[in-house]
Design a protein around this ligand. Sequence first.
Ligand code: ASP
Ligand code: MG
Length: 411
Amino acid sequence: MTRLVMKFGGTSVATLDRIKRVAKRVGREVANGHEVIVIVSAMSGKTNELVGWVNETSPFYDAREYDAVVSSGENVTAGLMALTLQEMDIPARSWQGWQVPVLTDGAHGAARILDIPTANLDAKFAEGMKVAVIAGFQGISPEGRIATLGRGGSDTTAVAFAAAHKAVRCDIYTDVDGVYTTDPRISSKARKLERIAFEEMLELASLGAKVLQTRSVELAMRFKVKLRVLSSFDEYDETAGTLVCDEEEIMESKAVAGVAYSRDEAKVTLISVADKPGIAAAIFGPLADAGVNVDMIVQNISEEGRTDMTFSCPVDQVSRADRAMSDAKAAGKIDYTELLADKEVAKVSVVGIGMRSHAGVAARMFQSLRDENINIKVITTSEIKISVLIERKYMELAVQALHDCFELEKA
Ligand code: ASP
Ligand code: MG
């Protein structure tokens, strides 16, 4: 018997009819001879509603109670899914995180999975259970409290179960039919990818392609879990969706696999900071402590021992960054004349493992932006990614131009 993990996102279980529909798909995999572990999200919109209730009740809430409330959406769908399968004469039962158990750390609201012992599920499968339906997004902390994994966490639950149970594959059913070369709402030429490497998916996921929770991709990469992203609305066939896999399993590697973007960025510059050892630590330490997610960093050339330091962060974190910097200045830890914030920028990135072996990708990218008269404000590169910060109003144009330039519409 092989085990298969199937995860259904909120839109796939949004109504009783949809639960019935996806239960049939589970039934087919049981008929194919699999023992199936189904991971469910809350019905779409439910988690938002629960989060809203918590905020309304207690603005500075106790994170353990937040978790007690927001984890409940998944409990409902897990039970309903088990009942639906039972109505189809498929031996199934539901499991909440603590029952499995899914052991997490104590970081409520963003907990990490430490371990998923398999003994309890193994025993039930041995007794003839065909489907274990697991409430996603939740586990139990060392103190025995319910802990949730952060928004989108059911993806991570699914991959963690696939790793723990050495599943043949982890199918993530969602409302899109796969991973695209870019956002189809921005470029009509966006093409569904048949395969994408873990590392590429990781970059695309963290750059704002919201198909999979970033942590789930990290986990899949570490444990080499074959992930497939597919739609629960389309008719099923063996080649449906996009396979997220090891780069060895990808034959051709084009220089660029996809274009990602992040719309709501800001560029912050500290004017005239001392150019001396420890200055970066003195700036980025307090920013990190203040919870500012700094991404790109550029230090200017120095003149008479002073330099400008530029970084990017999400636009809604600018005031937090400003406060952290003025506090550090008041405490005598850093010195600068002015903090400039450009809140009208967006980040556009090209991603591809093929970049390692193809030269000239950056040059082509810059040429293409030049042809559209788009000014680049900041550039950063990694082995498989080149990112630029540009004026936000040109973001769509840049994405389209780069998609054309690297001919991503062609397989
Ligand atoms: N229901 C949770 C959320 O909306 C977890 C998930 O669906 O992955 O974030
Ligand atoms: Mg999701």
